[in-house]
Design a protein around this ligand. Structure first.
Ligand code: PLP
Length: 405
C-alpha cells in the first residue's frame, strides 16, 4: 500500500493496512489457522528469537487480524504529525473491547497505583475498576473531570495516581471531557493517559492529536458497523512499550481476536466515512425533531447548543456523532409504551449498527439496579438511549413520531 499518495480518510480506510496476498487474492483471506509452519528448524529459531518476521501462533498474531490492526492504527494517526514526521501507532486487535481495556490496565498498572477517571464510563469498564482492579490493590479515583480545577486538585493530592482514564462522549447523557486540557494536565504531573474512543471513531475524533497516550476501542460498534462481531483494539504511540510490555501482556492474557471477526471488521471499516457522515446527518435531524417534540423533556445530544458540553465537543470532534438520549416526560410507563410502539427502529442495547437502535435502560439494562443508584448515573425513569442509524431520515422520524404519540 502506497500510503504516501493517500490524502483522504476514506481512501485510507479502504486501502490502509492492506498487503498484497502471496496468492494474489483481492481481499486478505480469513487465515483460519491456529499455527504456522517452518521450512526448517533454523527458521523456527529465527522466528522465536525475533530475528525473522513471521507468524508463529494465532494467539500471538494472525495475518487477517494484522490487517485490521494496521488499518485502525492508520486511521487513528491519519494526518497527525509529531516532530515533523507522521505520527506512528501500534494497534493490537482483541476479542472484545473489554479484552483490550484489560490489556491496557494490566500492562500499565501495578498494586498501589490509582486510576483517575470520571462517572460517565461504559458499565463494563466501571465494573472492571470496581470488581477486578480494586481487589488487586489498584484503586479508582472518580471525579467530575469536566471540572479542570478539580482534576488538578486530585492529581496534586494523590501522587499514587498513575493513569488518567477518559471516555468521551459517554453514556447516558453524552458527557464530554476536554482531551487536550486533561492530557496537558496529566503530562504536567507525569501521568499516562488513555481514552475510550468507541463512540467517536477516529473519523470524528483522534485522541492522539491531543496528546493522549493510549486509545481503546470496542470495534463491536461503529468500526465494524454492522453488528456482526465482538472485537476491541488497544493502540499506543510508545512503540517500544507496545511491542514489548503491551504485546507480552496481550499474548499471555490470551484475549486475541480471530480471523473471521477480523475479516468482518476490515470489511466494515472500509465504509466508515460514508456511514459516519450519514449516521451524523441523521442524528442532527433526529435531535432537532425531538428537541421540539411535546412528549420529550430533554434531549442529551452534544450537537445541540443547550448541551453543557457542546463547546468541548465542537472543539475536539469533527461532528457530535450519532449517540443521544432523551427523557420522556411521562417517565417509566411512557418509556415502556414508546419502546413497544416502535415499528422500524430496533429495540436493543449496543450501538453503531446500520439500523437505529433504541433502549430504555430503566426497564432493560438497569432494571435490577436500585432506582436511587441509577438516578446517580443520570438514568432517569423515562430515559431512552439512541444510536441513530443510516436508514432514510424520513422513516426514522416517522417511526419515532408515531411511537411518541
Ligand atoms: C461496548 C463498549 C465497550 C466494551 O466493548 P465490548 O466489545 O462489548 O467488550 C467499551 N466501551 C464502550 C464505550 C462501549 O460502548
Amino acid at each position: 500500500m502506497t500510503k504516501k499518495i493517500i490524502k483522504g480518510f476514506s481512501s485510507l480506510a479502504i486501502h490502509g493496512g492492506h498487503q498484497q496476498d502471496p496468492l494474489y487474492a483481492h481481499l486478505t483471506p480469513i487465515y483460519a489457522s491456529s499455527t504456522f509452519v517452518y521450512d526448517e528448524a533454523e527458521q523456527g529459531m529465527r522466528r522465536f528469537s525475533g530475528k525473522e518476521d513471521g507468524y508463529i501462533y494465532s494467539r500471538w498474531g494472525n495475518p487477517t487480524s494484522n490487517e485490521a490492526e494496521m488499518k485502525i492504527a492508520a486511521l487513528e494517526t491519519f494526518g497527525i504529525e509529531k516532530d515533523g514526521r507522521p505520527l506512528e501507532a501500534k494497534a493490537i486487535l482483541h476479542a472484545s473491547g473489554m479484552a483490550a481495556i484489560s490489556t491496557l490496565f494490566i500492562s500499565t498498572l501495578k498494586r498501589g497505583d490509582k486510576i483517575l477517571s470520571h462517572f460517565s464510563l461504559y458499565g463494563g469498564t466501571h465494573d472492571y475498576l470496581r470488581s477486578i482492579l480494586e481487589p488487586l490493590g489498584i484503586e479508582p479515583v472518580i471525579a467530575d473531570l469536566r471540572d479542570l480545577e478539580l482534576a488538578e486538585k486530585c492529581l496534586k493530592a494523590d501522587p499514587s495516581i498513575r493513569m488518567v482514564y477518559l471516555e468521551t462522549p459517554a453514556n447516558p447523557t453524552i458527557q464530554c471531557v476536554d482531551l487536550q486540557a486533561l492530557s496537558t494536565l496529566a503530562k504536567q504531573y507525569g501521568k499516562i493517559t488513555a481514552c475510550d474512543n468507541t463512540f467517536s471513531t477516529p473519523y470524528l475524533q483522534q485522541p492522539f492529536r491531543y496528546g493522549i497516550d493510549f486509545i481503546v476501542h470496542s470495534t463491536t460498534k461503529f468500526l465494524n458497523g454492522h453488528g456482526t462481531a465482538i472485537g476491541g483494539a488497544l493502540l499506543g504511540t510508545d512503540l517500544e512499550f507496545m511491542h514489548t510490555r503491551a504485546t507480552k501482556t496481550f499474548r499471555v492474557l490470551g484475549g486475541s481476536s480471530n480471523p473471521f471477526d477480523a475479516f468482518l471488521l476490515i470489511t466494515g471499516m472500509r465504509t466508515l466515512e460514508v456511514r459516519m457522515d450519514r449516521h451524523c446527518a441523521n442524528a442532527q435531524e433526529v435531535a432537532g425533531f425531538l428537541d421540539k417534540h411535546p412528549a420529550v423533556g430533554r434531549v442529551n445530544y452534544n450537537g445541540l447548543p443547550s448541551h453543557p458540553d457542546h463547546a468541548v465537543a465542537a472543539k475536539q470532534m469533527k461532528h457530535p456523532g450519532a449517540m443521544m438520549s432523551v427523557e420522556l416526560k411521562g417517565g417509566f410507563d411512557a418509556g415502556v409504551a414508546f419502546m413497544n410502539r416502535l415499528q422500524m427502529c430496533t429495540r436493543t442495547v449496543s450501538l453503531g449498527t446500520c439500523d437505529t437502535l433504541l433502549s430504555h435502560p430503566a426497564s432493560m439494562t438497569h432494571y435490577s439496579v436500585p432506582r436511587e443508584n441509577r438516578l446517580q448515573y443520570g438514568i432517569t425513569d423515562g430515559l431512552i438511549r439512541m444510536s441513530i442509524g443510516i436508514e432514510n431520515i424520513e422513516d426514522i422520524l416517522e417511526d419515532l413520531d408515531q411511537a411518541l404519540s
